[in-house]
Design a protein around this ligand. Structure first.
Ligand code: ATP
Ligand code: MG
Length: 469
């Protein structure tokens, strides 16, 4: 069932429900009101009969002939000023409680001998002239009953009015429902079409939120637009990545197939010298695959970390030892400044980060330059708590990175000098992996540079073990 139909049905259901409730309440109150009116009318009637009977007694001096007078009063439609007529049963008793008017067979009988006499006696109203009792009367209260035409007419007219108003309200509700749902579902229809188009791969689709009214629908269209922008970005990243990987694999594959072809054709011998470049390219491809795997894991937040306390200064000294030959070849001066503190992290992952940073620094440094490692303890306000961080700055004396490239050096496969950096053996994934690894440790990696003077990569690591917090 469509949203529109559901809404209209709900509206109609609500109107019917409200009409039933309102009808029930008004019928109940009407019944109460009717009961009260009946008893008021009854009282008024009794008073009128009392006055009429007293004046009859005053005129005649006795109750003689009162029975026929009552009959006349009851049946004469022109009798002006007389009590109201109706299906009344009136009893009149003299001072000795003898029936002088009432049911024909009982006239002349004492009240005790009349059926229901005791009950009638308890309800008798004394008739008095000059404070002297002249008799008693009793009005049987069967004048207005609920089954009377009077009450039936009232009930049916109220019911009719209620049915008409329910019908009118239903019509209005239906009309309103149709107009409102059209306004509400129209943008939803467009959204559905847009979502279908996105599903078919049209990621450039956008909806103008201004045109679609305010509130929830506007928020929904905005969220949809944001989603399509993100999807388009991811799609671009994905296609770029596939192109980059294909590009990265093309060179080693060309080298390998060229070498193998020349061996096959007998142009070159399968000697260790011919096989070595093939092996190099295989190693390069293996590294590329490993790097990509690690980067994907880190980006997805699924990188397994084996956290322990690490003396980062020692770790860096060991890495520098490892690069001793390269340092010596370039005649680089090592400067280590500042105080280090133990940090918590995965030693293998952090080693990989610093190997890449130091390798980059050495590779890009000019001969006879320097490589400075600076440790610094920093405090940072984070969520009202002070966080202790160790910053490790690695400054080189190389050509630096141009301002325009600074923001992109952490992108996968990005190399400032494409031809040269590729030939030097780099995959262009080192910094992307380094930043993801450091972020997985709850830290950060940034870069600053001065062209032709060198650049500085700074790693921030938490001193306390709260990596997973
Ligand atoms: P990989 O590290 O994967 O073997 P790579 O070193 O080329 O390859 P990254 O470490 O990600 O890749 O570095 C990306 C690019 O940033 C480098 O190609 C280089 O152009 C530039 N770069 C990195 N470090 C420096 C540096 N210290 N001085 C100048 N340029 C640098
Ligand atoms: Mg590198």
């Amino acid at each position: 069932m469509t949203l529109r139909r559901k809404f209209i049905l709900a509206l109609v259901g609500m109107v019917v429900f409200m009409a039933v409730i309102a009808g029930g309440i008004s019928l109940f109150s009407f019944n109460k009101l009717l009961d009260r009116s009946v008893s008021y009318i009854q009282q008024g009637l009794a008073t009128q009969w009392e006055i009429a009977l007293i004046s009859y007694y005053e005129k005649n001096g006795s109750w003689e002939g009162v029975q026929s007078q009552i009959q006349t009063m009851l049946h004469d439609p022109d009798s002006k000023g007389s009590p109201p007529r109706g299906n009344l049963r009136i009893w009149i008793f003299d001072t000795a409680y003898k029936a002088t008017a009432g049911a024909e067979p009982e006239i002349g009988k004492s009240i005790a001998d009349i059926p229901n006499g005791a009950e009638i006696r308890s309800k008798l109203v004394p008739l008095q002239v000059n404070s002297q009792t002249i008799g008693y009367f009793f009005l049987e209260d069967n004048f207005l009953t609920r089954s009377d035409f009077f009450s039936r007419t009232l009930v049916s007219s109220i019911m009719r009015a209620m049915l008409i108003s329910m019908f009118v309200t239903l019509l209005v509700a239906l009309l309103l429902g149709i107009i409102l749902t059209r306004r509400m579902t129209e943008p939803l229809k467009q959204l559905t079409q847009a979502v279908t188009s996105v599903g078919q791969g049209q990621l450039s689709i956008r909806i103008n939120p201004e045109e679609k009214g305010g509130g929830d629908i506007k928020a929904l269209t905005e969220a949809f637009n944001e989603m399509t922008v993100k999807l388009a970005q991811y799609e671009e990243i994905r296609s770029n990545m596939v192109a980059d990987i294909a590009h990265e694999l093309r060179t080693p594959l060309t080298v390998i197939s060229g070498k193998l072809e020349s061996i096959q054709e007998g142009v070159a011998a399968a000697s260790p010298e011919t096989i070595l470049p093939i092996q190099d390219e295989v190693i390069r491809m293996t590294r590329l695959v490993r790097d990509l795997q690690q980067l994907t894991l880190a980006e997805a937040g699924k990188l397994p970390l084996y956290i322990q306390e690490i003396d980062i200064r020692n770790m860096i000294l060991r890495i520098l030892d490892h690069f001793a030959i390269a340092l010596e070849e370039k005649n680089l001066r090592i400067e280590i400044t500042g105080e280090s503190l133990p940090v918590y992290g995965d030693p293998d992952r952090l080693t990989q980060v610093f190997v890449n940073l130091i390798d980059n620094a050495i590779r890009h440094s000019r001969e006879g330059g320097f490589l400075r490692i600076n440790f610094k303890l920093e405090f940072r306000d984070k969520n009202d708590t002070e966080e202790k961080r160790l910053s490790i700055g690695i400054t080189d004396s190389g050509e630096g990175i141009p301002e325009t490239d600074l923001s992109r050096v952490f992108d996968r496969f990005y190399r400032v000098d494409t031809a040269r950096d590729r030939n030097s053996g780099g995959t262009g994934l080192g910094l992307a992996i380094a930043r993801e690894f450091i972020r997985a440790h709850g830290g950060d990696l940034t870069v600053s540079s001065r062209l032709s003077e060198g650049c500085c990569f700074t790693v921030w690591l938490r001193v306390k073990n709260n990596i997973n917090s």
